[in-house]
Design a protein around this ligand. Structure first.
Ligand SMILES: [Ca+2]
Ligand SMILES: [Ca+2]
Length: 265
């Protein structure tokens, strides 16, 4: 090869390697805060003008199963992982969703529910996740036409679903039917799964009024076959030994109030 061609190839290789450089989006936080263990102690209080956005770096070193990221106003909340990838978003207390699809949705107002157990609602936009990271980034944007004053909470505590995390697997299924004929739970984190095991045969009623699309698979305990999938308000004749697997099929989750479901005979 002639020297001038070798030179051209070298230039081309240089250009190609320059093009291959990955440009990573790095969140540059406006403020750094530390999560606490007090749901009523905000880590920041501020006012956002219409359209204004603020980025928080949240560092977590406290214990508890769950990390709650919550505003007491309906702001557009986006939560990023430490590597700047998208984790989840929220625009109201009704639910949060994986990715950033929920950040621009309208507020969904739910009717108050009657429940035998205490349920906790978010005060505004919120995202809840397992407390297994040391840093997240949170963007709050005011998409209203006027300024919004808000408190921002970042705290850790256990899930309100008292059967977590044991009920994530069949081995930890909550027994249901003899000792308890009314059970309930919540899908408080993305991908949460709750197992129950039926102790006696009967007609199972499954219900929820959540903006999260929660369903319940009835599974034959011996074959593992899914017999039916129940939606809100459905009933099904179950047999002793059947398993119930409750989860959300729309990549959403919510606070224990917003994602509450019930099982009863
Ligand atoms: Ca679970
Ligand atoms: Ca649960």
């Amino acid at each position: 090869m002639k020297p001038r061609y070798i030179f051209l190839f070298a230039i081309l290789a240089l250009l190609l390697s320059a093009c291959a450089v990955t440009i990573t989006f790095v969140v540059d936080p406006d403020q750094t805060v530390s999560a606490n263990t007090n749901p009523n102690a905000p880590v920041d209080s501020a006012t956002l003008a219409a359209g204004q956005r603020i980025f928080y770096e949240v560092n977590i070193a406290t214990s508890g199963q769950a990390l709650y990221l919550e505003a007491d106003a309906n702001l557009s909340m986006k939560v990023y992982n430490a590597n700047s990838s998208e984790f989840a978003s929220s625009s109201s207390p009704s639910f949060f969703a994986s990715g950033f699809t929920a950040a621009s949705l309208d507020v969904v107002d739910l009717a108050p529910q009657q429940s035998p157990v205490e349920r906790v609602a978010c005060r505004g936009s919120c995202v809840i996740r397992d407390n297994n990271v040391s840093t997240v980034f949170v963007s709050l944007q005011n998409k209203n036409v006027s300024s919004v004053a808000y408190n921002f909470y970042a705290f850790t505590e256990d899930y309100d679903d008292v059967n977590e995390f044991a009920n994530d697997s069949q081995a930890g299924a909550v027994l249901f039917g003899v000792s308890v004929s009314n059970e309930s739970g919540a899908i408080e984190s993305l991908g949460d799964v709750d197992y129950f095991e039926v102790e006696i045969s009967g007609t199972l009623n499954f219900d929820h009024s959540s903006a999260v699309n929660i369903v319940a698979d009835v599974i034959d305990g011996s074959s593992g076959q899914v017999l039916t999938t129940l939606n809100a308000g459905n009933s099904y004749a179950v047999l002793a030994g059947d398993l119930i697997r409750v989860y959300a099929n729309d990549n959403r989750a919510g606070s224990s109030s917003a994602s509450f479901y019930s099982l009863n005979f």
